[in-house]
Structure formats: C-alpha cells, structure tokens
Write a protein that binds this ligand. Sequence first.
Ligand code: UDP
Ligand code: GLC
Ligand code: MN
Length: 338
Amino acid sequence: MADQAFVTLATNDSYAKGAMVLGQSLRRHKTSKKLAALVGPQVSEPCRSVLRRIFDEVRLVDVLDSRDAAHLALMKRPELGVTFTKLHCWTLTHYSKCVFMDADTLVLSNIDELFDREELSAAPDPGWPDCFNSGVFVYRPSVETYDKLLQYGTEEGTFDGGDQGLLNGFFGDWATADISKHLPFIYNLSSIAIYTYLPAFKRYGSNAKVVHFLGKTKPWSHGLEAKTKAISGGAHPSFLLDWWGLYSTSVMPMLQEEYGDQPFHTECVEEAVEESLASVAAALHLSPPPQQHEHQQHQQHQQASSEERKQKWEQGQADYMGTDSFDNIKTKLDTFLK
Ligand code: UDP
Ligand code: GLC
Ligand code: MN
C-alpha cells in the first residue's frame, strides 16, 4: 500500500549506516510498504545519496533535543537527547499508518503484518516491561498528535531524557488498556535480553523477526575494543554477523560509489569486518566450520589443520573470502545455537 511506510531516523553518518542496513533488510524481505528515512542536517551528502537509493523518501528534519542531561545521565547515554527528533515521524501525514524502527534494528523476515495493528503498538522494554520500547512502534501520522507530543514534552518532560520516556508518558495506558497493542517480543528482540534470559532465547530466539542492537555499542562501532564489548555484552554474534553480512554486501559497495575518492576507506571497513569476524570467532572459541563451498573442496589438501586455522583465526588472519566466509561462519553459529 502506497500510503503505509516504514520510517527510521539518522542524525549522523554512523546511524545513517544503521539506517541503510535496516532499509536493505526490509527490501531483502520484500516489504510491500514504502521506506522513509528522516535525516538531520549533519548527515553527509554521500550518505544521503545512499539512503536515497535504498529509501523511497529521505526527509531532512530539524534536530530536536530534550536537553535533559540529568535523566540521560541516569541511563549513561548523554547522546540520546536527540532522539526527540523521532517525534517528527508524526508529521509524515501523506501516509495513513507507519511503523517506526530505530536505525539500530535489523529485520530478519517480512513484518508487513505489523500494519494490521493500531497506534500505539509496541513491544515491552526488556528493562521495564510495563513500558514499551520505542525502537519499534506502529503509529498514525497526525500533526495534531505531533503538536500534543511536543506540548506534553514541554509540560511533563521525559523520565528517561529520550523519546521513550516521553512516549510512555503520553501513551500512558499502554501497559493495561489493550493487549492487541502489545507486539510480541520477537518484533523487537533487544539484544541484551539474550543474556538476561538465555533459556528463553534458546527456546524462542529462532522465531525472532526484528533484532534491536540496543545499548551504547552498535554493530557499526569501529575499534576492536568496541566490537569485543559488543560480543560479550551486547548483540548475539549470529545477529552481529547478519548485520555485517548485509552491510558488507549491500551497503558498502554503494558507499564506495558515492564517496568516490573522498576519504571513505574500503580497507578500513574491510579491516573492521575482518576484526569483527575474528573477535566473534575468538569469543566463541570456534573451530573452523565443517562445511565448505564446492569450489573450495579441491583445495582441501592445501588447507591447514584445524588447530592451525583456529590459531590463525584468533590472530585475525582468516580466509574470509573462502572457508571462513560469512555463510560458513553463520552455518557454524547456527549449529552452535541449536
Ligand atoms: N539516533 C540518531 N542519532 C543519535 C542517537 C540516536 O539518529 O545520535 C536515532 C537512531 O534512529 C537510533 C534512535 O535514535 O536508533 C534511538 O537511539 P539508540 O538506538 O542509540 O538508543 P537505544 O536503542 O540504544 O536505547
Ligand atoms: C530506548 C529505546 C530507544 C530510545 C531511547 C531513548 O532504550 O530503545 O529507541 O530512543 O531509549 O528514550
Ligand atoms: Mn535503538
């Protein structure tokens, strides 16, 4: 339907990369809805061009900031005042219904059925399940609602300093009024929940439709330290690989085209992918995956022993284009999960 859309937000180039991967994940799972991205003025022109190639609409919005340092400090996320910018999504009134998704979410299967729900539908927040998490929600664009939200923010503020506190205040009867507005958790599987309730993840995790890389460390965070943290304290390695797989195959080539000679270093990104995979492997103490692609089998005799390859892998010298490719690592991780 042309008047329904998935909407996301990026106020800088880092979150823009998240938005690109999210957009590609929706396309990959053949959504029939429009895709819209709200961008702040800081997002660079090459990133906007890539977004325009993926999204039907890229709209420039002013950055709104809660300037609520005190509450944000409680969450240890001083940067989240700008999530107030999300409220602009209510102004997209050329759509009758939308699903907002944070730029740090990734779609794992078609989720168009969310449009059967009404405003405001969302999944519980893993930290306080009587609040909804505002990383994925169904809403109806309306200037009237937008104005009321801003007014509510001015009068009542936000208990977490970000949009989630404000939205939970405004849609304050969410927890009790109408169960059909409670989205199943699989539509917003916060990566931290995997660690706080591992048996449930083992039981239900394979049903996940949307993974949300909630928390300070995001899949696109560079630097080995950041990635190690992401693996130990944040996202599940398998989802992290899904993200990086999509980023390297269907976003990076476009970024390269748009950046041309400008300082967007492929090596840097490739290194980051390699480092990421190496730390995933090291964190899991994986031995190399058993499955190989046909074209690699004739090279079998030349290949190092399993132990040697494990060592190389842990030193970051893996055969990422061959035996240690995304597909093979993913297969291994899936086996591990089962
Ligand atoms: N966001 C943004 N720029 C920022 C911070 C946040 O564009 O500097 C947007 C982005 O869409 C992001 C959402 O606001 O996904 C919420 O922030 P984040 O996902 O970091 O919060 P978390 O889910 O980790 O609490
Ligand atoms: C959350 C949500 C995010 C929101 C932030 C600030 O944890 O995941 O979507 O922007 O809090 O309220
Ligand atoms: Mn988020």
